[in-house]
Design a protein. Structure first.
Length: 253
């Protein structure tokens, strides 16, 4: 895991962009043309990633599953047997809480899953293992938060997975033996195509329940052409997802 993590951080932005800027500085005297090209690519990449309009356009390419209409929530009990909420890491020991918490992304998924569960009556499984080997599991953190923050009990916890593919495979080990083959999968809209595909490969019939769409009107001044720090993080998430979708289709068929 650590080796894969470091390689991933170097090959994807912002790591690769910082590497280009470092190469530009290193060769600024001996190979000025190469240095200029690397500088332009590195700085230009940061600029593009900082634009809300680029986040909007990139998300539209990834967010291929439509949102569930609110009038469909109660009817989910006729289409599925359970709701699966995917983990998204953790926030380390905030002194305000005294222990680790789900990420903001995870809380967005939890909130939506809680609304769906209350409307449909479907039971919930939380899926997510140890983040870099440190207990408790993401599944346990989400289960505690779903009860404490949203008043929804979690029936199952899948606490071994570290990737989306493992979310699906290990959830199957919990649910399929109990005859649960139809699941509502809750995750970010840009992550949903890969998540739904992974759960289908694991043997489930999937009802996608995407949340937090980024491919909508960015509502920024000048149409989102002014740089914004938040967009750099969002662009990184979208680029990571685009690479993940290609990689999954290559290695998990």
């Amino acid at each position: 895991m650590p080796f894969r993590y470091f390689i991933k951080q170097l090959l994807l932005p912002p790591g690769v962009l910082l590497l280009l800027l470092a190469v530009a500085w290193w060769f600024r005297k001996t190979r000025p043309r190469l240095a200029g090209l690397c500088f332009a690519l590195g700085l230009g990449g940061f600029w593009l990633m900082s634009l809300p309009v680029m986040v909007e356009w990139g998300a539209r390419a990834l967010e291929r599953e439509p949102a569930l209409a609110t009038d469909q929530w109660a009817a989910l009990a006729e289409r599925a047997d359970a709701i699966v909420v995917l983990g998204s890491g953790r926030e380390r020991g905030d002194p305000a809480w005294g222990y680790d918490q789900p990420t903001g992304v995870g809380l967005e998924r939890e909130r939506y899953a809680a609304r769906l569960a209350k409307a449909s009556g479907l039971p919930i499984l939380t899926s997510g293992g140890l983040h870099y080997g440190t207990p408790p599991t993401e599944a346990a953190l989400m289960a505690e938060s779903l009860m404490g923050d949203f008043g929804v009990a979690v029936r199952w916890q899948e606490g071994r997975s570290r990737t989306t593919w493992e979310n699906a495979q290990f959830s199957a080990e919990v649910l399929l033996p109990q005859g649960i083959k139809r699941v509502v999968v809750v995750t970010q809209a840009w992550h949903m195509p890969r998540a739904a595909w992974s759960f289908e490969q694991a043997g489930f019939t999937v009802v996608p329940a995407p949340v937090c769409f980024l491919g909508v009107d960015n509502a920024r001044p000048l149409g989102g052409w002014m740089p914004e720090f938040k967009s750099i993080w969002q662009s990184g998430q979208l680029l990571n997802e685009a690479v993940g979708q290609v990689g999954y289709k290559l290695f998990y068929r």
